[in-house]
Design a protein around this ligand. Structure first.
Ligand SMILES: CC(C)(COP(=O)(O)OP(=O)(O)OC[C@H]1O[C@@H](n2cnc3c(N)ncnc32)[C@H](O)[C@@H]1OP(=O)(O)O)[C@@H](O)C(=O)NCCC(=O)NCCS
Length: 219
């Protein structure tokens, strides 16, 4: 394997070596956490997205478990994800890469809600093999921190089905608090959908107060 051949899991990342061996290599990293790198998605990620959306467990709360087809991802989903980079500075979809192995784990979105870049919607979709390790909460916390401290965000919200306990737990661990339960049109019936959707949110002043409390706690 040549040092200069690119890694499918990590375009812009050269060679097949885990992150720790290539720290000096050029990588377009948007956010770095203890265990994750978040970078832009690219057209070269098509196969990874197809694999992600082909797992019925991953798609359970999104389409009732129906995989997205390769054609749908290629012609609609991926172009939709990439279009945020042209319209917004630093808001959109981010591939999550495990630093230790260079493995693509899934993605986050941190995108304007209704075209307002100060009101952002958080979301995430991870491979089942990556669940339960705290990755979604870790990346969400980092995006929220960057959004409030560097990007002028005023409010972060997220929503999910009321019965999606893992997603609700990620929101709670990352900072947003429960706001309301509401009913939404849901074309894919699954057990528990009668309980509706839940919205979580974190306002800028709440984040500032929590940050101050954390700093005081550390003093
Ligand atoms: C939702 C999702 C991103 C969570 O990712 P993750 O990396 O496993 O999340 P984390 O490990 O950070 O946290 C998950 C939390 O939910 C808890 N959890 C998971 N399943 C649970 C369940 N059935 N009951 C109770 N708690 C549960 C975990 O214990 C953990 O909480 P803890 O750290 O307090 O123990 C992941 O399951 C996923 O990608 N699902 C498919 C796509 C999807 O549904 N996206 C969200 C659409 S709204």
């Amino acid at each position: 394997m040549s040092l200069l051949s690119s890694c499918a899991e990590f375009p812009g990342y050269y060679g097949e070596f885990p992150y720790r061996y290539v720290e000096a290599m050029p990588v377009d990293v948007f956010v770095e956490t203890e265990r994750l790198l978040l970078r832009r998605l690219t057209p070269a990620d098509l196969d990874l997205l197809v694999e992600l959306d082909s797992d019925p467990a991953v798609m359970h709360f999104i389409t009732g478990g129906i995989p997205h087809s390769r054609a749908e991802i290629e012609s609609e989903e991926l172009p939709g994800f990439l279009s945020y980079y042209e319209r917004y500075d630093g808001l959109g979809f981010w591939a999550a890469i495990e630093k230790e192995t260079g493995t693509f784990l899934g993605w986050f979105h941190f995108r304007p809600e209704e075209d307002d870049p100060t009101h952002v919607e958080l979301g995430y979709r991870f491979r089942a093999s990556a669940w339960g390790k705290g990755y979604a909460a870790e990346g969400s916390r980092a995006l929220i921190e960057k959004g409030f401290s560097e990007q002028g965000v005023q409010r972060v919200m997220a929503s999910t089905m009321a019965v999606h306990v893992a997603s609700r737990r990620v929101m709670e661990k990352a900072g947003p608090r429960y706001i309301r339960t509401f009913q939404a049109e849901w074309p894919y019936p699954i057990p528990g959908d009668e309980h509706g959707e839940v919205e979580y949110a974190l306002e800028r002043h709440e984040w500032e107060r929590a940050s101050q409390d954390k700093r005081r706690g550390g003093e």
